[in-house]
Every structure is written in C-alpha cells, then in structure tokens.
Write a protein that binds this ligand. Structure first.
Ligand code: ADP
Ligand code: ZN
Length: 656
C-alpha cells in the first residue's frame, strides 16, 4: 500500500510505503511522520494513489508513524488546498502551509490553552428587522445555493443579516465569517458572542499558537457553530459547512502579498462552490468585480439603501487645503474647530491619516540629502518615538543622527505627515483632549486592538486617530465626526485601482459617523478637491462612481473585463537583471500567445526590495484558461534560467 504525503513546503505530495501495521489505521487528512532526506518530517496524508509512481522506478521509503487518530484536515479542505495550489500556479504544499498552523508540523498536540476574551460582553439587544433586512434574509434563506452580494450603506445592519442567516442554518451546519482586519474582529466577536456564546470562536494571528491550536481542534470536532477570522480562517476545518460570509469583500487585506498570493475572498468563493453552499459578500462599497458580476446576473444582488431607524448618512464636506489657513502641519482651522465642537457636545471623533510614522520625507535642507533604505528603492520614514528611520517594506531601520550624514550640517527637516505627527499636532492644538493612536505600531501586542476599541466604546477617549484601521467596520454610536487628514496619499498611489480604493476608504470612514441617535458628518482634507472621486464621495453615490470607473476599466481592458497574471522576476544585482531579462525577452517572443497580451519584462515600479532587483511581466487576457496556459508557457521558458527568483501573482491587486 502507498500513501501520498504533503509537506508544508513548495512541492506536491511525496509517495511512501505504508507499513503493514499502519494499513488499517491510515486515513487521508492525518498527520504522519515520514523520512525526508536525512531526517524526517511531519506531513499530511492526501491519498493512496501513488501520485509520483506512474511509469517511474523510484525507490520508496516507508512511513514511520501516524500522529493523529482522527484526520486533522477533513476531506473537503484537502480538496480546497489542492485547488488553491493549482489556481495560484503554486503548489499544494505551499497551500497547505497557509492552511495549517506550522505548530502542527512540529508534531505538537493541541493542548487546552484557554482563549482569552477581554472583560465582559456588552449585552446586545434583538431588533425588529428593517424591511430591507427582512427582504434580504428571505432571499438568502431560500433553499437554493449561490453567491449573494449584500450591498448595504454603512449602518444599514449587514451584521444583523449575517447573524440571522447563521441562526437559520440547520443545527449541524457551520459557518465561516471573514473580516478584513483584526481591529474589526473585536466588535464583531462581541456581537457574535452576545448571540452565540461559546458557540463562536475567533481565529487570527493575534492569538497565541496554543490558542489557535485549541480553536482549530474545536472547529475540527464540530464543537462550535461559527468562526470569525481574518484571511486564513477561510481554511477552517469544518467538515459540514453551510455558509460563508465575507464582510467588506472589497478589502485588499484579503489578499496575501507573499508566498502563496491567495485572495481569501476568492478561495472562499471556490470553497462555497466545491461544497455546494451559500456565500454572502457584504459591503457598503463593493469591489468593481463584485458589482459587475451582480449587474450581469452572475451573482444575486441584495440592496439595503437605508440606514437602520432611517438615520441619515453623514454630510460629507471636502476641504480644499490650498485655500485653508493651517494651524499646524496637519490641521485646517475647519477640522480642528470641528473636533473642538464635537468634544464640547460630548461626542467622539475618528481621524484618519493613512500613513504611519512621523515624517514620510526627511530631507537635509542644506545639501538636499534624502534617506533611502539601503535594501529597497524606498524613502525611509522617520519615526519620532523610536528616533529611527524605518523602511515600511522590509522592516529595517537606521538610528537617526542629529547631523546630516552627507554634509554633517544641522539642516535636517521633517516634511510631510504620518500618524505620529498628527498625534503631536493634535496634542499641541487641544492639550486637554484625550485620544489614542491606532496603527500598526501601537497594535503589535496581543489584544491591543481590543483594548483600543473598548476605550472608544466606553467613552474613555474623545478621539481615535490612526491609519485605515480606524475607517473600517467599527460601530461607535457616539462618533459624530470622521475626518481624513490627507486624502492625497490614497489618491496618488500609482495603480489602476487607486481611485476605487480612495472612494471605498473615504466612504467607509465617513460611514463611521452618525451611527447612533445623532447625525454625523465627515470632513476630507485634500490639495486636489477637483478629483472626480470626490464628486461621488460627497453624495455617497456608489453607483455613480461605479459607472464612471467601469467605463475606464473597459477602455483600458483592466479587470473585471480582463484577468491578470503578474510574474515577478527578482535578481541579486542590477547587472544580472539586465542581462537575464534580455535573454528572457528573446525566449518569450517565440511563444504563441493567442489573444493574451504579454507586457514587459519591465522594471517594477518599486525596483528594489530586500536587496533584490525586481522586474515584472504582466499577462492580460479575457479568457482565464488561455491566460493560465500562456502563463505556464512563459514560466516554462523562464524556469531554466539561472540566478533568478520567480514569483507568480494570479489576480494581482496592485502592480507595484
Ligand atoms: P453595517 O454593517 O451595515 O454598517 P451594522 O450591522 O454595524 O451595520 O449595524 C449598525 C447598527 O445598527 C448596529 O449598532 C446594530 O446593532 C444596529 N441594528 C442592526 N439592525 C437593526 C435594526 N433592525 N433596528 C435597529 N438597530 C439595528
Ligand atoms: Zn527596505
């Protein structure tokens, strides 16, 4: 008897002999210990077909032992892992590595780690559903399966729909709820826990390994009804699943940017299809792809036009910074006055600047010296709290010196603003204000998101300031003001999706205001008030924006009209890059790429990251199968080339 064993490495399954005494015990999905090179490795049994044997004479080795009595990974999940490896033009092994915690491959047994939730659960009441909520639920609860787009304005009660749809599942069916940010899970978890108690678990990287192993086991044993998690929870080991919910489906954080570059939304769609179940995509600002599918009848469209209790959407005002007197680096008079007014009315504010650190552009005004990351073609960002210059790409940093490294002068100035500077300005302008900063730097510790959200909920602070983390999902009834300090950062990303991102982010942020009994407003500061995005943000006009943007996508033949595969080529030196790329161009020319455009190879917009010089090829085509076929042909040509690292990004969401 032979068994195929998959390891969490970039490869397909390996075949082993099953020793006779194990034959009756071995099952797919179990962990086994197998000899590997000179040592041994833990892997997962995927089948008994002897995948690698066909027509080959290979000397097989025997498995050493079986580590689980019952399979750790159910069969449906094994299928999904295989699908992901293929779809992303990667390997099943790499997909497995993403699906299962690495601790399981050390042979460690899940313990009894207690999962800590903070403090008490806020009692949340049951409501009479709005008519729009009821209509959406009626559609969702019909017996037919399918994909639903729940397009509901901010505050229209989408979460309530998710909860009710899960409650409507038969007793033995489980649900997966994906949210884009750990910051959001805090409130979601509270809301779900108040309705499902211990029947719901949460699963994300903010938990310890032991905790995550415990959660995995609970899901595996069918002890819980639902899981709420970020990206990797799409691989939850439920055997009998009935519903998947993707909240804020348009979020780019569902996409992984390294290794297996999967999109949790798309893997979820594939999982729903494989399992023959329903899936809900929820959003106030759907991705163009999702809305386009709905428009073309490929998925079901359910709309919630009204906020619950007919609360008004916030008034949005665009502040033209070229016309404003500024009080400090970041604040217009208007914005700071509005923050003051809000506090005096005993209400709260959210202030967003989508860049962390203090100054994105430190420069010596004497000699013009600017700080570049030694490993990346990226300007370093000054972080005042640590007095370091940080690279936001590779994570390395330099310690800041008082004098300019080039001219040894004292002319260093810190231009531009990040969240730390906004924090400082806010403190200068309103010394008595109590506020917290939420960005990646302040939320590294476990449960820190949760604590910050609690501070807001319990009104211990007047203002929550931060990066896009503050814009999404939160439901704070006393927030009546939300503000963007600089819209320009988001608008000026050099990417075909930047307008879409900007529209979504500003609309999301605006939507945090006025969710309780008091109306809200949103202020957006920009140096480019004539940008077309604002015409639609101002009126919460998703459909208007969609119409404008989809026409451009069509003209440029970008998704959803085409599909993209990006192949990133990395080299150790600029010279090898140039030489090798020339060779590659020659090889690729000969490919018969019917109907598929091949752009490049050209230097990537960020030419160097982590000491690797990056070039890319972008393949564009209408027909997904033809596109993948061409990509394989290109890869075949490149794979023989030396001194090159190849990354494949299927459905890339940025081209940097
Ligand atoms: P969305 O996700 O669409 O932005 P939420 O689901 O967060 O909206 O709901 C907004 C607020 O309204 C929440 O505080 C929620 O508890 C409340 N809510 C939801 N449905 C109703 C309803 N039918 N009646 C009254 N309040 C509701
Ligand atoms: Zn760097």
């Amino acid at each position: 008897m032979h068994a195929d064993v998959l390891f969490p490495i970039n490869a397909e399954a390996f075949t082993y002999i099953v020793p006779e005494e194990l034959e009756s015990k071995i099952k797919p999905g179990q962990r086994v210990l197998a000899p590997f090179k000179r040592g041994s490795k833990v892997g997962i049994v995927t089948g008994f077909g002897g995948d690698k044997l066909k027509g080959k004479e290979i000397k097989l080795r025997s498995l050493k032992s079986i580590l689980d009595e019952e399979p750790l990974i159910p069969g449906n999940l094994l299928k999904l892992i295989k699908w992901a490896g293929q779809y992303y033009m990667s390997t099943s092994g790499l997909a497995l590595k993403n699906a299962l915690l690495s601790a399981f491959f050390t042979g460690r047994k899940p313990g009894k780690a207690r999962v800590t939730y903070d403090e008490t659960i806020k009692e949340s009441k049951e409501f009479a559903l709005t008519q729009e909520q009821r209509m959406a639920l009626t559609e969702i609860n019909k017996p037919e399966n399918g994909v639903f787009l729940v397009h509901g304005v901010t505050g229209s009660g989408k979460t309530e729909i998710y909860i009710k749809a899960i409650k409507a599942l038969p007793d033995d069916k489980k649900a997966i709820v994906l949210v884009p940010e750990i910051a959001i899970t805090a409130q979601m978890v509270d809301r779900f826990r108040s309705r499902f108690g211990d029947e719901v678990v949460f699963y994300h990287s903010g938990l310890s390994t032991g905790e995550r192993m415990t959660q995995w086991q609970k899901m595996r044993n069918g002890e819980v009804k639902a899981v709420i998690g970020v990206r990797s929870a799409v691989f939850a080991p439920f055997e009998n699943i009935g519903l998947i919910v993707i909240d804020e489906e348009q979020e780019s954080s569902y996409k992984q940017f390294e290794g297996l570059r999967y999109s949790a939304r798309d893997v979820a769609l594939a999982r729903a299809k494989l399992e023959g179940i329903k899936i809900i995509l929820g959003s106030a600002t759907p991705s163009l792809e999702a809305f386009y599918s709905a428009e073309n009848g490929k998925i079901r469209y359910l709309e919630l036009k009204q906020r619950v209790e007919r609360r008004p959407l916030p008034q949005v005002e665009i502040i033209d910074m070229t016309m404003e007197d500024k009080q400090t680096f970041s604040f217009s008079n208007k914005l700071i006055d509005s923050v003051r007014e809000t506090i005096s009315g005993n209400k709260q504010s959210l202030i967003m600047l989508n860049r962390r650190g203090y100054s994105p552009f430190p420069i010596c005004t004497d000699c013009g010296y600017t700080y570049k990351c030694p490993a990346c073609s990226i300007t370093l960002i000054y972080h005042k709290d640590t007095k370091t210059l940080n690279c936001h790409y590779c994570g390395s940093h330099l310690v800041q010196q008082a004098l300019c490294p080039q001219c040894k002068g004292t002319g260093i100035k810190y231009l531009g603003a990040g969240t730390q500077r906004v924090e400082e300005d806010l403190h200068t302008l309103i010394p008595e204000l109590s506020f917290t900063r939420m960005d990646r730097d302040t939320t590294r510790k476990k449960l820190s998101h949760y604590r910050i959200v609690k501070q807001m909920e319990e009104k211990k602070i007047d203002v929550l300031l931060g990066t896009q983390m503050v814009a999404k999902g939160h439901d704070f009834p006393d927030v009546t003001l939300s503000a963007v300090v600089s819209a320009d950062i988001t608008l000026n990303m050099p990417d075909f999706r930047s307008a879409e991102r900007a529209f979504q982010l500003f609309t999301q942020l605006a939507g945090r205001a006025g969710r309780g009994d008091f109306p809200g407003r949103a202020l957006i500061q920009t140096y480019e008030p004539e940008h077309y995005v604002f015409d639609y943000v101002r009126y919460h006009d998703y459909k208007g924006f969609y119409k404008k943007e989809i026409a451009q996508r069509k003209e440029l033949f970008y998704p959803p009209f085409s599909k993209l595969i990006r192949i990133i080529l990395s080299f150790k030196t600029r010279e090898t890059a140039k030489k090798t790329v020339k060779d590659i161009s020659g090889r690729i020319k000969r490919i018969d790429h019917k109907g598929i455009e091949i752009l490049g190879p050209a230097p990537a917009p960020i030419e160097k990251i982590r000491n690797l010089w990056r070039w890319h090829l972008i393949l564009k085509g209408k027909n997904s199968r033809a596109l993948r076929r061409t990509a394989s042909l290109v890869l075949e040509k490149i794979r023989g080339v030396r001194n090159i690292k190849i990354d494949i990004d299927v459905d890339p969401i940025n081209l940097l």
